[in-house]
Design a protein around this ligand. Structure first.
Ligand SMILES: Cc1cc2nc3c(=O)[nH]c(=O)nc-3n(C[C@H](O)[C@H](O)[C@H](O)COP(=O)(O)O)c2cc1C
Length: 371
């Protein structure tokens, strides 16, 4: 394999494989590989990389060699032998996590100390210049906050780093509000995103950049619109509230024992709710007591939690904690994984009343169901 068809991906999240940036990076390289690239994966959190101490020994006493003898020596060699470096990293304080910053700083021995002009700005020459081929860089970055402007500084940093080093910044995928992506049981919900990101990787391999079409698909589905921000903040706050069990008003929500719970053998929508009750995991919101109600067209169902168990019923309950009001077909598509729950909510395809937390944590509460 020639260097032109080789790439290296740098996973920068300290969460390793449990991270959103890792999942997106994996999809991207799947596309690159489909486009004929050989890709090496580097999990930075598994590497031993000391901080640069700024001694410049790599420029003076031992040119090209750092005083630290750690994993960075081998990693620098890898960087030299590829045409594309992909950084898949979370946003930490408008920049990259410390392990990524150390990795960037420790690339200093790759350069000579002399000053040259490159792309209209002062820079250093490469110590190991690659003849006749262009090094390229691609950024995948995820952030907790939803607005794209949170990425401004990190994009600027990587752009500056690459252009001054004579590399080409070939594009980026910047996903805000990404916290859900890192959850194992949400992977199904992000199927479309992974598909687009894989396609982006394929395009980078074959045409050298992401097409406008793919860019727009990602933007359309995963960039928050101004009118969605308040819903996002409210959902996020409910999630945080849920890390401390809520003090539900138990008097108002005691559940009648007279009704007969739904069973799988009831079939149809009844069976769907009976199935959810069966797989309910009481450890997600400990001590949850109350009702989660669903108005699907003219039919009403509810899931009743009594602190430990969950039962499903047909009919309505006077004081539900949360009520979903949705056309039946929309809810079916969400349940089947054909429609992404978050996106459907943002687009007003269904409504939620009351405590948003039950909706946010549905995937976790009913492990084998999908939203
Ligand atoms: C120390 C720290 C700093 C963070 N700084 C920011 C930030 O400046 N802006 C932001 O939107 N999110 C910030 N976040 C949130 C992460 O970007 C977010 O949780 C992301 O989804 C993590 O991605 P990962 O799963 O790939 O690690 C920060 C998280 C941590 C732990």
């Amino acid at each position: 394999m020639t260097k032109e068809k080789k790439a290296v991906i740098i996973y920068g999240s300290p969460r390793r494989t449990k991270s959103a940036s890792y999942h997106l990076g994996k999809s991207f390289i799947k596309g690159l590989q489909r486009g004929g690239f050989e890709v090496e994966e580097i999990m930075l959190a598994n590497q031993k990389i000391h901080h640069c101490v700024g001694c410049y020994t790599c420029w003076t006493k031992t040119p090209g060699e750092c005083i630290h003898n750690d994993d960075m020596n081998a990693l620098r060699l890898k960087l030299r032998n590829v045409s594309i470096t992909i950084y898949a990293t979370p946003l930490y304080i408008f920049s990259v996590p410390g392990i990524v910053k150390d990795f960037l700083d420790r690339q200093l021995p790759e350069f000579e100390p002399y000053l040259i002009e490159r792309n209209g700005i002062t820079s250093h020459p490469y110590r190991y210049e690659l003849e006749g081929f262009q090094r390229r860089m691609f950024l995948i970055c995820v952030a907790g906050f939803p607005e794209q402007s949170h990425f401004d500084a990190v994009v600027q940093m990587f752009k500056k780093k690459t252009t001054t080093a004579g590399e080409t910044y070939i594009g980026d995928i910047l996903i805000g509000g990404s916290e859900l992506i890192s959850k194992d049981n949400s992977q199904q919900s992000f199927k479309k995103l992974y598909e687009y990101v894989e396609n982006a990787g394929y395009e980078v391999a074959t045409i050298g950049k992401i097409s406008e079409k793919t860019k727009n698909l990602i933007k359309e589905v995963y960039e928050f619109k101004p009118e969605e921000l308040e819903v996002f903040r409210s959902m996020a706050n409910k999630y945080w509230d849920s890390t401390i069990p809520r003090d539900y008003d138990k008097e108002d929500i005691s559940i009648s024992e007279e009704k007969i719970p739904l069973k799988l053998s009831d079939g149809g929508m009844e069976a769907t709710f009976a199935g959810m009750a069966m797989v309910y995991n009481p450890n997600i919101i400990k001590g949850l007591t109350g009702v989660f109600q669903f108005h699907l067209d003219d039919e009403i169902y509810y899931l009743a939690f009594d602190g430990n168990k969950c039962k499903a019923y047909k009919g309505s309950y006077p004081k539900p904690l949360t009520t979903i009001i949705s056309p039946k077909d929309v809810w079916m598509k969400i349940s089947n994984g054909e429609l992404e729950g978050r996106q459907a909510l943002m687009r007003g395809l269904f409504q939620v009343k009351g405590d948003m937390n039950l909706l946010i944590r549905m995937n976790e509460m009913f492990e084998s169901t999908k939203t």
